[in-house]
Design a protein around this ligand. Sequence first.
Ligand SMILES: Cc1ncc(C[n+]2csc(CCOP(=O)(O)OP(=O)(O)O)c2C)c(N)n1
Ligand SMILES: [Mg+2]
Length: 671
Amino acid sequence: MDKHAGDKNQGEASEQGSEEPNSNLDRRNFLKTAAAAGAAAVTAASQVAASPNTVAEPAANSGDESTAKKPKEKKPLGEHTIPRPGSDFMVDVIKTLNLDYVACNPGSSFRSLHESTVNYGGNKKPELITCMHEESSVALAHGYAKAAGKPMAVYAHGTVGLQHASMAIYNAWCDRVPIVMYAGNGVDANKRRPGTEWSHSVQDAAALVRDFVKWDDMPGSLQHFAESAVRAYKLATTSPMEPTLIVADMELQESSIEDEAALRIPKLVPTIPAQGDAGALAEAAKLLVNAKSPVILADRAARTQNGIKRLVELAEALNVPVVDLGGRMNFPSRHYLCHTDARRSLVREADVVLMLEVYDPWGQFNSVGDPHHEYRRLAKPDVKIISISMSDVYIRSNYQDFQRFMPVDLPIVGDVEATLPLLTEAVKRAITPAIKSAVDARAPKHRETQAKLIATAKEEAAIGWDLSPITTARMAMEVWNVIKDENWSLAVSDRIAWARRLWPTTEHYQMLGGSGGQGVGYGAPAAVGAALANRDRGRFTVTFQPDGDLMYAPGVLWTAAHHKIPILFVMHNNRAYHQEVMHLQGLDRQRHQQSGHRLRQAGAGARGVGRGADYGAVETGGGIEAGGGGGEERAAGVVGCGLSGEVIWVPTCAGRSCFGDLWQSALVVAA
Ligand SMILES: Cc1ncc(C[n+]2csc(CCOP(=O)(O)OP(=O)(O)O)c2C)c(N)n1
Ligand SMILES: [Mg+2]
């Protein structure tokens, strides 16, 4: 309960100094007693409008007998009414930005913006999505942006809300994903109410996250807000795309708009993405055309279906194999030039490598072992490297997500999707008839290699097929059998590698990548965000959900149920923070092998996270169906194939009955 219950104007009046009339003394004491009684917080405008013209009786246990007994003052109705607060105008501005949703966990620093969004804005465009944790709000917006191809908004409480949100903002930063965030703050100390409002106010709210947002501002006027909100959206959606943050001062939100006729909302005109330099692209084309063993590495390259189409055109023009590093869905997995599984050998043999928005360029050509840090070169020393990326345009100093410096022979600044058509044209111009026949001659070999790669993946997936609990490979294929006729989208595609290896893909929303910054706790909320976007676009969302990741903020399941966001959660419950278990085991082995004390307590502190958790019985509110959880027997009944299972969550979707057929045939592994 927010202890700052009560009317803002009354609160201000109560802090006016010692020369107050008696009635003000009464109000101040009323506020104290009302806070002690836990009165609900509402916005200044709405509370005043809704309140009777009498101040309520103080609570009997206020502990302030003298004031509790004094008669209460009556004020004329409407004296403090603010029919048009600044936050109404802020909502007018936000509505010009084509934002469908705003994720939020409520907080009084943006209560006015909240109230205006719901009552003035009609809770439409944007519509509030209630989250249980600010980290969930931002991760949800992160997943949404990749599935929707456009950002959603986040409202965050000042200070504490942003502190909670910070890791998720960092993930989105690393993943180059646009999110437009608004946080509240009480700037003027003279206006702050004592207590929480001070501990939630800050001189510079954005300082906390400034290293990993592209831009922030704290507007000093409504006109300033309009211009900065439009700028923030524009910057967030210009590649390299990143989160942005506008801090909305409480006074600005809650005070009446003055001189509204003078306010102007600038028009949002999206920035045209940067294209690579024509001369450099001609040089790149020459290198690629004359290469014997070229390869393309694509990472955060394709944003839309057009991106995939353009990469296919380039690859086919050169008959060059493509390795999809998976930051985005870049290339159809059954295309004869998709050689993702051959990454290491392709890089080892390559004479020319084209990198398309690759997150870790150095790591493609070099490795450092663990735990002894042995260095290994993975490529020829004279390999020619071309890079098309926006990473040189925008970088920050403190956080090291920019990775180790990689010397590149031809570094080209440009947005990949926007630049690819120019490169393909340059390639076509550079291909002589003699080269064309050499290029064409590569195709049969590439088809053969691709068929072999798929056959190998299937063979490897079949290893241990009949084990119980089932393998993750089998889990991936059983789930595939269930979803393959849907217009499906895998919300988090870097957790179970088998899905990327084995599922045929064509559409840009089918594999939505990972967290970017490897901050655990991303998976569940990002999947719900992706499912929100997919729901509106008629797609079906599935996700493989690790136990540890879910346990960070499982309240997001409530959000899915509450907002009727359909999603199939397939629990990957290995009952551990297993990656950490493996680290501990590795160190234990290294340190104690000779003394014979290996694996003594290697799992303590990292094991058991999902043990005993009956995910099938999770109560998250109406609309969720959960199954499994009762062990092998019950799971066998559910899936009808005698395998060990844990849980499947299928929040219901209005108009569609729980994907009942999926429920019948989906299953989950318990390791
Ligand atoms: C916020 C955060 N805290 C801690 C870590 C360290 N960490 C890396 S993987 C991992 C375990 C995750 O467990 P789970 O989601 O169950 O996946 P599993 O490793 O079991 O497959 C942890 C804690 C991290 N990456 N991010
Ligand atoms: Mg786990």
